[in-house]
Design a protein around this ligand. Structure first.
Ligand SMILES: *[C@@H]1O[C@H](CO)[C@@H](O)[C@H](O)[C@H]1NC(C)=O
Ligand SMILES: *[C@@H]1O[C@H](CO)[C@@H](O)[C@H](O)[C@H]1NC(C)=O
Ligand SMILES: *[C@@H]1O[C@H](CO)[C@@H](O)[C@H](O)[C@H]1NC(C)=O
Ligand SMILES: *[C@@H]1O[C@H](CO)[C@@H](O)[C@H](O)[C@H]1NC(C)=O
Ligand SMILES: *[C@@H]1O[C@H](CO)[C@@H](O)[C@H](O)[C@H]1NC(C)=O
Ligand SMILES: *[C@@H]1O[C@H](CO)[C@@H](O)[C@H](O)[C@H]1NC(C)=O
Ligand SMILES: *[C@@H]1O[C@H](CO)[C@@H](O)[C@H](O)[C@H]1NC(C)=O
Ligand SMILES: *[C@@H]1O[C@H](CO)[C@@H](O)[C@H](O)[C@H]1NC(C)=O
Ligand SMILES: *[C@@H]1O[C@H](CO)[C@@H](O)[C@H](O)[C@H]1NC(C)=O
Ligand SMILES: *[C@@H]1O[C@H](CO)[C@@H](O)[C@H](O)[C@H]1NC(C)=O
Ligand SMILES: *[C@@H]1O[C@H](CO)[C@@H](O)[C@H](O)[C@H]1NC(C)=O
Ligand SMILES: *[C@@H]1O[C@H](CO)[C@@H](O)[C@H](O)[C@H]1NC(C)=O
Length: 802
């Protein structure tokens, strides 16, 4: 007794320890949360029954059974109401517990109101047994009540759960209120459910062991938790303890994370094992892969979070995606919230795709958050569709099916999957984009039509072309820039990232006084340069030499619009200079030059690479035509305007210049912004110019990419091969597409794709613009996602021209 008193201060301060192990608890005995009589011990002293302070709240107590000698004093049982959805009983320090003959145990709160009772009748005494079972015994020796019969979240050796019993997890380890998981022992089997808190509503089971079940038994001899069936047979629920049962304390608990774990704890400290609870076995084997059929509820983890199973410690964790964080770090089941403002639904597409970006995540999915599905579609389109959709929080792309899903918040059932075929993208703000200085770039464009300047060298060599040329001069044509409906007026105030403004002196220095000429284009000369920044970024500087008066005023506005078109397959405009009479555009430098050089050079590009370049150009055009806020018709698609970066990604250059360059040039040129061999026939007819002119030019380039030759090659001896578009059509109609790739073994071995590309090209070069597909359709057809009908022979249309 003296020893016990001496030890008292050393024991956990929160626990007041009784002076000696109780044998029988006699009628009339009572416990109070504070003072010496706050609990009754089992004869061995291993278990205690009584008031137990709640971690982190010393003014609040549970009525509980705990492992009295384990360092953490793990709780094995605690009192809950006996409702259909039992609630935790918590009392303050003024409460008391009394053992009576009639009524058994009665717990009264500080005001004397009974808050919990065992309702026993004819109770003679009570006892905390060495098994961890607290029992009320009648005068005849019969058990009137026992804690083993009202299990909460834990079972102990010798404990038997009968059909109809449940275990309910705590919400978090230190909060004993009803948690989110339930083990239900039914006559048809054992099930683990997720529960909608607060309530007992059960979603679909995430683990089950069907069978005509009678009981769940924790066998004290073998250390196995068994499921007993009605025929008397037993199924192992856990694998069992290896070693001597009596050297350890044992428990099996439905943990707050939904996993049913069997634990053991060495009674004596030893060199081999630390004195801590270790996991013997657990169910389910990987809770993160629980497949729930029902789509309500957040799943194993909270909304917007996902479950990660760590094989190195067999623990599951709930995690937040990038730029999301837990609503409550301690109560992670509450889910994750984005750390950023939601995307405004008023952004135009260009701004949306600049202010937000998609971060790829592999092997994660939120299977039930889909609200839109596209198929067939390319990955780029999938990403773009999510970036520009304010509802879209996550996009998933499946390569094998060309399928795209958009997901909305809150996302549920997040888990790590093993579906490597899919890529998931989380939309987060691109925090590099500054929102300063906005420029209303849309105002000037409303439904106006602009003459485009012509600058091409249209030197027809055949009679036919000369006739066409004359008609152009007679009728004139223009390229329109239209603003799509999606660009609401509001959004014009919210344009992202302004371009960098350079001084003329800066650019003069960067280009070494305009020394190295990269090319001479329709709109001016392009020089190579290098910035004085940390990276020594190489640049291409275009000096615009022909600019109309009226356009000068709009130069900055116009250039800002070009600056807002960002796509993998477009050359990026980095900045500009507008100083006095000088107008310069600064682009990123493309190390591998133009397609013109590569394609028609001495070394033939590999077929696969050519096919990839074709897709790149198509995607870039698709973006210009349909995906950026202001529809941009390029009007001068040709191999010189398709540049290649160090990775051989095709990038379209010179887009958006049509308006800047409308000038007096019509007097000296043809009025066509287009280049011989690539211009669509409608330029020569008095009909409106649409995006289909670019589709035509693309068709020509596609054929050039397939065949590695120019559209018009006068050196070719055979007359019928001089013009590639005609020759390709002939070959296709004769069923000899292979002629087009003669000598190209790689292409020959991939003839199906070659043929598909030829057919797409023949559709694109249809003389009637309305017959040509949109770039969206072109991309789908090239991807192989769309079946392709036979293109009509259009030579008759062409020949009927004036
Ligand atoms: C507890 O009380 C019962 C009945 O009075 C008696 O039979 C039993 O031996 C007692 N147990 C202990 C450990 O004293
Ligand atoms: C504690 O319980 C013992 C025996 O059960 C009793 O003798 C003692 O008076 C109690 N102490 C208090 C402070 O109630
Ligand atoms: C402690 O518990 C009491 C009731 O049991 C509750 O009113 C109080 O808010 C709790 N305090 C803290 C800090 O959780
Ligand atoms: C379970 O019980 C049902 C009826 O009680 C019976 O039809 C069925 O055969 C039993 N299943 C097994 C596996 O014993
Ligand atoms: C526990 O297992 C042992 C050995 O298999 C067996 O003899 C005993 O009956 C089992 N106990 C219970 C309660 O099932
Ligand atoms: C997995 O568990 C190991 C061992 O506990 C730990 O070191 C590691 O950081 C965990 N990994 C993750 C991703 O949590
Ligand atoms: C994890 O669990 C598996 C069985 O599910 C077991 O073989 C393995 O030893 C466990 N690993 C750890 C670190 O507990
Ligand atoms: C920008 O992103 C980084 C990394 O994702 C992050 O640490 C930082 O807080 C972000 N800054 C802002 C202003 O959002
Ligand atoms: C911001 O931009 C820099 C360089 O442009 C880049 O290295 C960095 O990764 C970007 N950060 C984010 C969060 O996009
Ligand atoms: C364009 O023509 C108009 C009228 O003929 C003239 O006033 C203007 O100076 C010309 N602009 C240029 C850049 O030649
Ligand atoms: C080439 O691609 C790699 C990987 O996709 C990328 O890291 C690198 O920046 C690219 N280089 C250029 C010049 O675009
Ligand atoms: C393309 O770029 C790569 C790396 O930047 C270089 O090795 C290669 O020689 C370039 N090819 C041409 C044709 O310029």
């Amino acid at each position: 007794m003296a020893t016990a008193l001496l030890l008292l201060p050393l024991l956990l301060l929160l626990f007041s320890t009784p002076l000696q192990a109780q044998q029988n608890v006699t009628l009339g005995s009572s416990l109070t949360p504070q003072g010496p009589n706050s609990s009754w011990l089992s004869p061995s002293g291993d278990f205690a029954f009584g008031f137990r302070p709640i971690e982190g709240n010393t003014s609040s107590y549970l009525l509980a059974v705990w492992f009295n000698k384990a360092s953490d004093k793990a709780v094995a049982w605690y009192a809950k109401t006996s409702d259909s959805d039992p609630a935790l009983i918590q009392v303050s320090s003024g409460a008391s517990l009394q053992l009576n003959s009639n009524g058994g145990l009665s717990l009264q709160d500080a005001t004397g109101t009974e808050v919990w009772t065992t309702r026993g009748v004819g109770v003679a005494y009570a006892a905390m047994l060495n098994t961890g079972n607290f029992v009320l015994v009648g005068a005849d020796g019969s058990t009137k009540w026992e804690s083993f019969k009202s299990p909460v979240d834990t079972i102990l050796p010798t404990q038997v759960l009968t059909s109809g019993s449940t275990l309910r997890s705590r919400i978090i380890p230190t909060d004993y209120s009803n948690g989110r998981f339930l083990l239900d022992l039914q006559s048809t089997g054992v099930f683990l459910y997720i529960v909608a808190v607060p309530s007992g509503h059960q979603y679909d089971p995430y683990w089950s062991q069907p069978g005509n079940t009678t009981s769940l038994v924790f066998n004290a001899t073998t250390g196995v938790v068994y499921i007993t069936l009605d025929d008397g047979s037993q199924i192992k629920f856990t694998s069992g303890v290896i070693g001597t049962m009596s050297d350890y304390y044992h428990r099996a608990t439905l943990d707050p994370d939904g996993v049913f774990r069997q634990y053991m704890y060495p009674k004596k400290p030893s060199k081999l094992s630390s004195q801590a609870w270790s996991v013997v076995d657990f169910k389910p084997p990987n809770i993160c892969q629980a497949q729930l059929m029902q789509n309500a509820g957040s799943g194993v983890c909270g909304f917007n979070s996902y479950c990660l199973f760590n094989v190195s410690n067999n623990q599951s964790a709930c995690l937040c995606p990038e730029q999301y964080s837990f609503i409550d770090e301690e109560r992670r089941y509450k889910g994750c919230k984005p750390d950023f403002e939601p995307q405004s639904c008023d952004l135009d597409e260009a701004t949306a795709s600049m202010q937000f970006k998609l971060v790829p995540m592999t092997q994660v999915d939120w299977p039930y958050a889909d609200y839109e599905q596209y198929s067939p579609i390319s990955k780029d389109q999938c990403q773009q569709l999510c970036l520009t959709d304010c509802f879209c929080a996550v996009a998933v792309y499946q390569d094998s099916q060309n399928t795209c899903w958009k997901k909305k918040m809150p996302m549920s059932n997040g888990n790590m999957g093993d579906n490597v075929d899919r890529t998931l993208f989380v939309k987060v703000p691109n925090n590099n984009s500054t929102r300063s200085e906005t420029i209303g770039s849309n105002k000037w464009k409303k439904d106006k039509k602009y003459w485009i300047l012509g600058s091409s060298l249209f030197l027809g060599s055949s009679v036919l072309v000369n006739i066409v040329l004359i008609s152009v001069i007679l009728f004139g044509t223009y390229c329109t820039v239209t603003v799509k409906e999606v660009c609401s007026v509001k959004s014009s105030n919210n344009i992202g990232l302004p371009l960098k403004t350079f001084t003329y002196a800066e650019l003069e220095k960067a280009t070494g006084r305009f020394r190295e000429v990269l090319g001479t284009g329709a709109s001016g000369i392009v020089y190579k340069g290098q910035l004085q920044d940390d990276l020594g970024t190489y640049i291409a500087v275009k000096k615009i030499d022909k600019l109309e008066h009226e356009t000068e005023k709009e130069f900055t506005v116009e250039v800002q619009t070009i600056g807002q078109t960002h796509h993998k397959n477009l050359v990026r405009l980095l900045g500009f200079c507008n100083e006095g009479k000088e107008r310069l555009l600064v682009y990123e430098y493309m190390t591998n030059g133009s397609l013109n050089k590569c394609l028609f050079g001495d070394v033939r590009l590999q077929w696969n690479l050519r096919a990839q370049l074709a897709l790149g150009v198509a995607r870039g055009l698709l973006y210009l035509h349909e995906e950026c806020c202001t529809q941009i018709i390029h009007c001068d698609i040709k191999p010189q305007n398709i540049l290649l970066d160090g990775n051989f990604t095709a990038k379209i250059s010179d887009f958006g210049l049509a308006k800047l360059l409308r000038t007096n040039q019509t007097q000296t040129n043809t009025g066509i912004r287009g280049t011989r061999g690539y211009v669509a026939p409608e330029w020569f007819r008095n009909i409106g110019i649409t995006a289909k002119v670019d589709v035509y030019s693309f068709g020509v380039i596609l054929l050039e990419l397939i065949c590695c030759r120019r559209n018009v090659e006068s050196e070719v001896v055979e007359e019928d091969k001089k013009i590639l578009t005609y020759w390709a059509s002939d070959c296709y109609r004769c069923g000899r597409v292979d002629f087009l790739v003669e000598g190209d073994d790689e292409a020959i071995s991939d003839l199906k794709k070659v043929e598909r590309y030829v057919v797409v090209a023949l559709w694109c070069v249809q003389e009637d613009p309305t017959m040509r597909p949109s770039m969206m359709k072109v991309v789908q057809m090239l991807d192989g996602a769309s079946s392709i009908p036979t293109p009509p022979d259009s030579s008759s249309f062409f020949q009927s021209l004036p």
